[in-house]
Write a protein that binds this ligand. Structure first.
Ligand SMILES: C[S@@+](CC[C@H](N)C(=O)[O-])C[C@H]1O[C@@H](n2cnc3c(N)ncnc32)[C@H](O)[C@@H]1O
Length: 216
């Protein structure tokens, strides 16, 4: 599917977010992210790749420095309007190549529900680590292997080992296009172990899994 990350995509996800009906996100993902942001030291620098509609920006403290990257401008404008903040840096960014922020700079790098939009993940994780300070952390959240996504798709155009693509209905009733590339938990863990990274894996309810990686 060609460029699905457009204005319509952004507007549909914003409606879904504002409806607060996305129960797995509201009950499990948002509280997890909120705690991670609350636990940061004052003046911490945060990079949020694929920042979407501002789930991370919502929890910022005044002293934090936030860098949010995404493709549709609609998302960046929305965050600016809804979560005004003195140290907000929002700009176009796209994994795995277009992440134009300083290297070894961030205390916390977040890629929440972004890995599955990428056909492959290794180059992107390497890049996220490059942007992180020594002693800083990268948090990756994505779908659990056990979640059967075919149930939420109303029209499937591809469903194989690699990916599921088609239309799905959001919790708020928006008909949206989606491409979900399967990056299995074992594959991700294997990659992190091969790189001898220290990481903690945690399930966030029935839908999500997080990997919190500490950079030496
Ligand atoms: C499911 S949303 C997750 C949004 C947000 N991180 C959250 O968890 O609330 C996926 C996001 O990834 C963005 N995206 C799509 N392709 C991307 C890419 N190649 N690099 C970075 N972000 C991308 C989309 O525009 C969208 O904002």
């Amino acid at each position: 599917m060609k460029n699905i990350y457009n204005k319509k995509y952004a507007e549909s996800w914003i409606k879904n977010y504002e409806s607060k009906k996305d129960v797995n996100r509201v009950k499990n993902l948002e509280p997890f992210i909120k705690k991670k942001i609350n636990d940061l030291k004052p003046a911490s620098k945060i990079l949020d790749v694929g920042c979407g509609w501002g789930m991370v920006a919502k929890f910022l403290k005044q002293s934090h420095h936030y860098y949010g990257l995404d493709i549709p401008k609609t998302f960046l404008d929305y965050i600016k309007k809804i979560y005004p903040h003195p140290n907000l840096h929002l700009k176009f960014g796209k994994l795995p190549d277009k992440v134009d922020v300083e290297n070894s700079y961030f205390d916390l790098v977040i890629a929440s529900m972004v890995l599955h939009v990428l056909p492959s993940f290794k180059k992107s994780i390497n890049l996220l680590l490059k942007k992180t300070k020594p002693g800083g952390r990268v948090i990756i959240v994505d779908f659990r292997d056990s979640l059967d996504l075919s149930y939420v798709f109303t029209n499937v155009i591809q469903n194989d080992k690699k990916a599921i693509k088609g239309n799905f209905l959001s919790y708020s009733g928006e008909k949206m296009k989606a491409e979900v590339y399967y990056h299995r938990e074992k594959e991700i863990e294997k990659f992190l172990k091969q790189k001898q990274l220290k990481f903690k894996k945690k399930y966030l309810g029935i839908a999500f899994v997080s990997y919190e990686i500490t950079k030496d």
